[in-house]
Ligand binder design. Sequence first.
Ligand SMILES: NC(=O)c1ccc[n+]([C@@H]2O[C@H](COP(=O)([O-])OP(=O)(O)OC[C@H]3O[C@@H](n4cnc5c(N)ncnc54)[C@H](OP(=O)(O)O)[C@@H]3O)[C@@H](O)[C@H]2O)c1
Length: 324
Amino acid sequence: MAVIGYGTMGRAQAHNLRRSGIEVVVGARPGSPRRELAVSEGFRVLDTHAATAAGDPVMLMLPDEVMSDVFASDVAPNLKPGAALGFAHGFALAFAGVDPGPAHPCFLVAPKGQGDMLLAAHAAGGGTPGLLAVLPVDDAATWDLAAAYAGAVGCLAGGGFVTTFDAECVSDQFGEQSVLCGGVIELLKAAFDVLVEAGYGRENAYFECVHELKLITDLIHAHGIDGMRRRISGTAAYGGLTRGPFLIGDEVRERMRGILTDIESGAFAQEFLARSDDPATGTRAMIANEASGPLAAAGRDLQARLDRFTTRRDSEQSSGSNES
Ligand SMILES: NC(=O)c1ccc[n+]([C@@H]2O[C@H](COP(=O)([O-])OP(=O)(O)OC[C@H]3O[C@@H](n4cnc5c(N)ncnc54)[C@H](OP(=O)(O)O)[C@@H]3O)[C@@H](O)[C@H]2O)c1
């Protein structure tokens, strides 16, 4: 198999495939720092076009914003006849204009987890659930391939769930934008600002509005929303049940519908691809801008103190155990 791209997801999948006994060649662009990493981790690494020519299936583990260009320049002209293409996200086929044509079956195995997490879970004998799709739709041989791939890479833990490239992409982006990477983060920022503006300390604000989110998400992950409510204090449960709906009302749902429409129509994809390299308004510029804000600064300060505490405690414990 060829795994093109050795970033978060490509690295995880290459390791998991190898652990499952599959011979993997990694494709990387010349000069890529991750190329050295892949070599140092024992993989045979070739330029993208040569790895494509060597593999079947070929997994495209590239950033969504470059998928179309790399596919046209290095992948499409070098695919073996009939070689299958695999993806970890539906975006390339659903919205980025990648069209391998009927000669090359495609499958989607979208891990429901982040790459490093998939790598660690597989190393420990598990994995994550996966969303699976194939093109041509209903093609039995491609389904066999998708299921075999999902099993090898660790994406059948808890089940493989049937979807389509479009549905996976739309629902994934909607969840990211409305909840995981958009809505929740803006809630954290707004709540932090309100407490700090009202004169409460930055540490208080960060602990209460950001740091403790993990505790709640871990409880939801393990026990569901009702299970989480039963395990927190009565004050927290009552406050959340009554003030949450006051905060997130019909107007937010209406804006969520607007977000969904933009994703479904391709307007979001167009905007994302057009701005991806823009030094002023692209993703990197926005990340840098956010990193210089007050919430990020409070988080860094607090994390540094917590890390110093952990290091001191660890070294005290190890010197204590040496003495004993
Ligand atoms: N990250 C996750 O946890 C996650 C979860 C689910 C699905 N996915 C999906 O997995 C796919 C890969 O995402 P990712 O997060 O792993 O991306 P990533 O960490 O940004 O890594 C992308 C890889 O592609 C290489 N690359 C970038 N531009 C290139 C170009 N023009 N030509 C050749 N190689 C290039 C990078 O190498 P360089 O060192 O040269 O930059 C890197 O090895 C995407 O479809 C994504 O949606 C990711």
